[in-house]
Ligand binder design. Structure first.
Ligand code: PGA
Length: 251
């Protein structure tokens, strides 16, 4: 089955509500001028999610959150639930981004719990995995990715994981300007799919695997042309309409 390419922008902790709204309006205009067959989403800070979702209405752009807590409600100061995010207009949620793993104590076990909440609320989860440079150079690439995938997906059936999107983001490529080579990306994506096949069987051929890490207009088309690269999760370059639109055009 052909997998529809999926390009998502991860705005991280950038842009005010007004700036985010303006960006999505600009992007909607760019996509109206140059329609795409790809699925497109932007993931603003949670506080801007509702305004951005309102501004994106009537356009093909979906909106996602950058994280959620696994509990529905209660004494969890500072947290946001899947249902709240959905209520605010989100269709997607990024889970287990390497910055959350690096700075906020995210583990495969907590990604697994968040995934449960996302699926229960009907959000499309974008589960991020990726190795550090030391892990790749130390020959641990496959072990690290396999552990991350199996840990995140533990306990779910293929039926439950029908909407799953995986983002392969080598940590050494995020925000560094260094991208994986096209061959590295394809090889690793094929490996990720083989691990997914062990976990969810034939569904692995339908799961979109995005590449992330310094995707720019000048490298997007080549990376996205690889058979197992089904889209991109874009950080820095998603903050400018022209750059993000050019990446989408490359898909
Ligand atoms: P980058 O970020 O495109 O700025 O490298 C990607 C990501 O962290 O999702």
């Amino acid at each position: 089955m052909a997998r529809r390419k999926f390009v998502a922008g991860n705005w991280k902790l950038n842009l005010t509500i007004a700036e985010g709204t303006a960006l999505v309006q600009g992007l909607a205009k760019a996509l109206a001028d140059k329609p795409t067959t790809a699925e497109v989403a932007v993931c603003p800070v949670a506080l801007a999610l509702n305004a951005v979702a309102q501004a994106a209405k009537g356009s093909p752009i979906g909106v996602g959150a950058q994280n959620i807590h696994w509990e529905e409600k209660g004494a969890f100061t500072g947290e946001l639930s899947a249902t709240l995010i959905k209520d605010a207009g989100a269709t997607y949620v990024i889970l287990g981004h390497s910055e959350r793993r690096q700075y906020f104590g995210e583990t495969d076990a907590t990604v697994n719990k968040r995934l449960g909440a996302a699926l229960k609320a009907g959000l499309v989860p974008i589960v991020c995995i990726g190795e550090t440079l030391a892990e790749r150079q130390g020959g641990k690439l496959e072990q690290v990715l396999s552990t991350q995938i199996k840990g995140a997906l533990a306990g779910f059936t293929a039926e439950q994981l029908k909407t799953l999107v995986v983002a392969y983001e080598p940590v050494w490529a995020i925000g560094t300007g260094v991208t994986a080579t096209t061959a590295q990306a394809q090889e690793t994506h094929a490996f990720v799919r083989s691990v997914l096949r062990q976990v969810v069987g034939g569904l692995a051929d339908e799961i979109r695997i995005q590449y992330g890490g310094s995707v720019k207009p000048d490298n997007a088309k080549e990376i996205l042309s690889q058979p197992d690269v089904d889209g991109a999760l874009v950080g820095g370059a998603s903050l400018k309409v022209a750059d993000f639109a050019a990446i989408i055009a490359g898909a």
